[in-house]
Write a protein that binds this ligand. Sequence first.
Ligand code: SF4
Ligand code: SF4
Length: 172
Amino acid sequence: MTELETRLQHITGSDRNIYCHQCGKCSSGCPAADFFDFRPRKILAMVQLGMIEELLTSEIIWNCAQCLLCSERCPRDAGPSEVIQALQNLAYISDINVPEGYPVLINSILKTGVVQTPIKVKFWRELPTKDAPRLKFEFRDRFSLGLPQLKKPEDFQKWSNALQEILKWKKE
Ligand code: SF4
Ligand code: SF4
């Protein structure tokens, strides 16, 4: 087993991708497949063939929207979305072909627990006028919309520690 394969297995916490029997149910429901030449089934096949470096150096793994539909549909519990996410993490810690915004996203998760903190939303408000109604943009925050303030996830510390563990690998 190569070092990349060992690290991938460590990140996924299992090697259940070997259960994939190439039925294609994941690819047939994948929303990203409509826009890109992207097939989770193919990624699982490449992982089984040990083509980890090829996956990391291509841009293909970053086209996954992490909607998790493939893992829901998988009859073999092979966890395609988890494998793709692990490949993204592996690319990050190995400094291979990482999209520019990804480190920003990771820093935000470490500090706040979420990818991006929603601050204000923009919506149309109808202005009463004598003639035809006129619409105007307004910005509203959670408080003015009657929503509770965002809380950090309950297991935030555990999550943050796990992420820090991966980042340690990056420094090795
Ligand atoms: S998690 Fe990624 S690979 Fe799976 S269905 Fe969604 S976009 Fe496709
Ligand atoms: S990952 Fe699951 S759904 Fe996708 S091809 Fe393999 S067995 Fe089928």
